[in-house]
Design a protein around this ligand. Structure first.
Ligand code: HEC
Length: 207
């Protein structure tokens, strides 16, 4: 083999093989994936992200939630995710095909949020949690996101979505704390986090 051929072969091994493995193979495997329609109920899964939640992706990314929270469930035998009741089944590629961004996460300082919208459906709870998670657990490392809220004087009737705060976080008399549009979008996104539909490739594990 002459020298040029060796160089060409070397370049292929160095760049071509990783490209085949990391770009072409996943593309060929996943590009054809479509939502699944249940033959009996005609329900489509995953159902897609509702409009209000779409902006929430950006707020979730901008605030670094992804550094402490994952969004994937491991199968029984691969970890304790299902025993911790983070989900009833493992997550698979098809779960994410309609997402604008996929926040699998980098570490798990906090609980996995794949099914947060199943665990908690009360928007007021999320507002209070984001405003000050220490109200729920004084030891928590989850930072307060107070800048996603506004302190304003009550004009006439209190706002319907004003935070119901107690103790140290109590509000000045005559004032109220209300979520900004960013907080509303983030909570719409958190409420939309539910992968509790059935997929053929990810049945619920038997005991
Ligand atoms: C520094 C790490 C950290 C960051 C950043 C963080 N969290 Fe958390 N989060 C936690 C921890 C730890 C908990 C568990 C609560 C506790 O400590 O008792 C938690 C709990 C939660 C819960 C409740 C989970 C449950 O199952 O009850 C939600 C919802 C949540 N976080 C959302 C968010 C969102 C949204 C963001 C970004 C705006 C965020 N977190 C940023 C660490 C973090």
């Amino acid at each position: 083999m002459n020298r040029l051929n060796r160089i060409v072969l070397g370049v292929f091994v160095l760049f071509g093989l990783p490209w085949l493995g990391l770009a072409v193979y996943p593309y060929l495997t996943f590009a054809e994936l479509k939502p699944h329609t249940d033959p009996n109920t005609k329900e489509v899964a995953p159902p897609g992200v509702p409009g209000a939640a779409r902006q929430g992706y950006r707020i979730y990314a901008a605030n670094g939630c992804v550094y402490c929270h994952s969004q994937f469930i491991r199968d029984k035998g691969e970890g304790g995710d299902i025993d911790r009741e983070w989900g009833k089944r493992r997550t698979v590629t098809r779960d994410y095909i309609l997402d604008d961004e996929v926040f699998l996460g980098v570490s798990r300082f906090g609980p996995d949020l794949t099914n947060m919208g199943v665990r908690q459906k009360d928007a007021q709870w999320y507002y209070r949690y984001l405003y000050d998670a220490r109200q729920f657990n004084p030891e928590t490392v989850m930072p307060p996101y107070r800048y996603l809220f506004r302190d304003q004087p009550i004009a006439g009737q209190p706002s319907s979505n004003a935070l119901k705060l107690e103790g140290n976080a109590a509000v000045r008399p005559g004032h109220e704390i209300v979520p900004t549009p960013e907080a509303e979008a983030l909570v719409a996104y958190l409420l939309s986090l539910r992968r509790d539909y059935a997929l053929p490739e990810a049945p619920e594990p038997r005991e």
